[in-house]
Design a protein. Structure first.
Length: 201
């Protein structure tokens, strides 16, 4: 009887391990922008297409679907936390990885991202749940959102971001066309960063 029990446990363990290895990975991708023509939304969508395959399922989010009021301590005390901020926190908890491409406004986060980030961090201080992250930015200029990437690299790990790869695309209008990066060197760099990210899932 003990032999059969042991064999059953071994078979169950092997099955469980195979199921874990074969489980499709899920990631979310979004831009830190609410612009309908967001260049960062275009970049993160392209990166998500590079990542998606039979083993990886991607959901591209739009911050316009997560509208929240302007954060203030007084409002938080009066109304609690907005449902849309809770939804985005839950989205992060439910996936294996996060892709984000941050818009840069005056050298910092776009107001829409800073606002929902403030709400999310009040709901869950470990906002990014130690999930592997591909951190990106693009801009029309030659620095490719370098300032906002630097800010995020300093701040996000304090909220349990596990930044495993980063990518900056300079001169968006020159280097991106018809839904993809047209500069071969930059495109290869992004492909490599996406692979780094997928390997960390």
């Amino acid at each position: 009887m003990e032999i059969y029990s042991l064999e059953y446990k071994n078979i169950y363990y092997i099955f469980a391990m195979e199921n874990k290895l074969n489980r499709m990975k899920k990631i979310i991708a979004f831009a830190g922008s609410n612009s309908k023509k967001s260049i960062n939304k275009q970049l993160v969508t392209y990166a998500s297409e590079l990542a998606e395959n039979v083993e990886v399922e991607v959901e591209v989010l739009d911050l316009n679907d997560f509208d929240v009021p302007l954060f203030s301590v007084d409002l938080e005390s009066e109304m609690g936390h907005p449902e849309n901020a809770k939804r985005l926190v839950d989205k992060i908890k439910q996936v294996d990885g996060v892709m984000v491409s941050l818009a840069e406004h005056n050298g910092a986060y776009a107001a829409v991202f800073k606002n929902i980030f403030d709400w999310m961090s009040r709901i869950e201080q470990k906002t990014f749940q130690d999930k592997p992250m591909l951190l990106m930015a693009t801009s029309p200029g030659g620095r490719g959102g370098a300032s906002v990437i630097a800010i995020a690299k300093d701040r996000f790990p304090r909220h349990n971001a596990n930044i495993v790869a980063e990518f900056s695309l300079p001169m968006f209008n020159t280097n991106f066309s018809e839904g993809k990066i047209i500069d071969k060197e930059l495109n290869n760099e992004l492909i490599n960063r996406v692979e780094q990210f997928k390997n960390a899932l």
